[in-house]
Design a protein around this ligand. Structure first.
Ligand SMILES: C[S@@+](CC[C@H](N)C(=O)[O-])C[C@H]1O[C@@H](n2cnc3c(N)ncnc32)[C@H](O)[C@@H]1O
Length: 341
C-alpha cells in the first residue's frame, strides 16, 4: 500500500519524489555516520586488542554503558556498514580503525536537504547517544542548546516541504467556503519555534482565506524564539499550552506537524485536540510512520527524547479510539482527520 502511494507520487510529482528519496537516503547515511563518530574512540580501543574482539558486558563496563538494547541497536547499524561483526555475546572490529577521513568521504554523499536540517545536530546527537547509553535521560526542548538546534532544523526544507504537503492536502479553501468566508479559526498545535506557523500564515494569505491564527507549544524556550523571530510583526497569537488550554468546540482547523510521537499518550492528545474542534472541524498535519526506510530518523528522534514513530496501524488506532475518521498519505506522511458523524 505504502509502496504504491510512493510510486504514485513518483508519477504525479517527480520533483517531490526525488526530494523524498534524497531525504530518506540522506538520513540513513548521515545517522550511520553520527553513530560511527560517537562510538569511534571506544571502538578504536577494541581495534587495538590482539583479537580485535570484546565481550559486550566488558565493553559496557569499560565505558559505563547501561543500556544494552540500545548498544545492540547501534552495533547492528555499524555491522551493516562493515565496521563490526556481532557474535553471540561479543563483537569483533572488522576495520583497523574507524577513521574520520572515511566518515568525511561518506558525508559528502549526504543530500543537502538532510545536512541543512541535521548537520547542526551532529555533535549534540553524538553526545546524546553516549548519554542514552549511560542511562542519562534526554534534555527537554527548552534547553538552550537544543532549542537553537531545533530552530535550525525546523527552518530547513526537510520540515517545510512536509508542512506544505499537509497544507495542500487539507483543502483549506473548501473549509473557508463552507464557513461562508467568515475567518477560519486555526490553531498550530506544537508550533515549536514558529516556522510552520509563519508558513500557515503565508499560505492563508496567498489563498485569500480569512483567518484567525493561533499557535501553542509546551516549550517556553521555543515559544520565546517564535515571539522574537517571527511573531512580532505578524498577526499570530502564540500561547503556552502548559499555562492555558484552548477553548472547547472553538476551532475550524487544528494543524499538528511531527508532534504526536512526542507525548506519552497520543490517544489522549488526539482526544484533547478533538475537543477543541467545532463539530465540522478538521485536524490535519504531518506524522511520519515507522518503516525500515525511516529507521535511522526514528532512532535519531528517540535519542533526542521522542517516543518513536508509530506503525501505520498504530497511527490509525489513535484516531479510531477517538471516534474519528482519518485519511493518511504514507508517501508524504500527511493526514486529515474529522469527527465521525
Ligand atoms: C519536531 S517539533 C515540530 C514543531 C512544529 N510543529 C513544526 O513542524 O515546525 C515537535 C514539537 O512538539 C512539541 N511538543 C511535544 N510534546 C508536546 C505536548 N505534549 N504538547 C504540545 N506540544 C508538544 C515540542 O515542544 C516541539 O515544539
Amino acid at each position: 500500500m505504502s509502496l504504491f502511494k510512493i510510486l504514485g507520487l513518483a508519477i504525479r510529482d517527480p520533483a517531490r519524489f526525488k526530494v523524498l528519496i534524497d531525504a530518506i537516503k540522506g538520513t540513513q547515511l548521515y545517522a550511520n555516520i553520527v553513530v560511527a563518530r560517537a562510538l569511534q574512540a571506544q571502538l578504536n580501543k577494541v581495534a587495538e586488542l590482539p583479537e580485535k574482539k570484546i565481550a559486550l558486558e566488558e565493553f559496557m563496563q569499560q565505558n559505563n554503558f547501561r543500556n544494552k538494547s540500545l548498544l545492540l541497536e547501534l552495533l547492528a547499524l555499524l555491522e551493516k556498514d562493515g565496521f563490526v561483526k556481532i557474535k553471540k555475546d561479543d563483537f569483533v572490529i572488522l576495520k583497523k580503525q574507524i577513521v574520520e577521513e572515511e566518515l568525511k568521504k561518506r558525508e559528502k554523499k549526504v543530500a543537502p536537504i538532510v545536512l541543512d536540517a541535521f548537520e547542526a545536530f551532529g555533535d549534540y546527537t553524538e553526545r546524546a547517544l553516549i548519554e542514552r547509553l549511560e542511562g542519562v535521560p534526554p534534555a527537554s526542548f527548552d534547553s538552550n542548546e537544543l532549542r537553537v538546534l531545533w530552530n535550525v532544523a525546523l527552518r530547513g526544507d526537510f520540515y517545510t516541504i512536509q508542512r506544505r504537503d499537509a497544507l495542500n492536502f487539507a483543502q483549506l479553501d473548501k473549509l473557508a467556503k463552507r464557513n461562508q468566508n467568515q475567518p477560519i479559526r486555526i490553531l498550530d498545535f506544537g508550533c515549536g519555534s514558529g516556522e510552520g506557523t509563519i508558513q500557515i500564515l503565508t499560505f492563508l494569505r496567498e489563498k485569500n482565506i480569512p483567518h484567525n491564527l493561533e499557535a501553542c507549544d509546551i516549550s517556553e524556550g521555543l515559544l520565546e524564539i517564535a515571539a522574537e523571530d517571527e511573531a512580532l510583526e505578524e498577526d499570530i497569537y502564540f500561547f503556552n499550552y502548559k499555562e492555558r488550554k484552548p477553548k472547547e468546540g472553538y476551532y475550524d482547523a487544528i494543524f499538528i506537524s511531527q508532534v504526536l510521537h512526542w507525548p506519552d499518550d497520543p490517544v489522549q492528545m488526539v482526544s484533547d485536540l478533538k475537543s477543541y474542534l467545532k463539530e465540522n472541524g478538521i485536524l490535519f498535519g504531518v506524522q511520519s510512520t515507522f518503516s525500515k526506510r525511516l529507521y535511522q530518523i526514528d532512532l535519531f528522534i528517540r535519542l533526542l527524547g521522542a517516543k518513536g514513530f508509530p506503525e501505520e496501524k498504530e497511527f490509525y488506532r489513535w484516531f479510531e479510539e477517538n471516534d474519528m475518521n482519518v485519511r493518511f498519505d504514507p508517501a508524504t506522511y500527511t493526514f486529515l482527520a474529522t469527527k465521525k458523524k
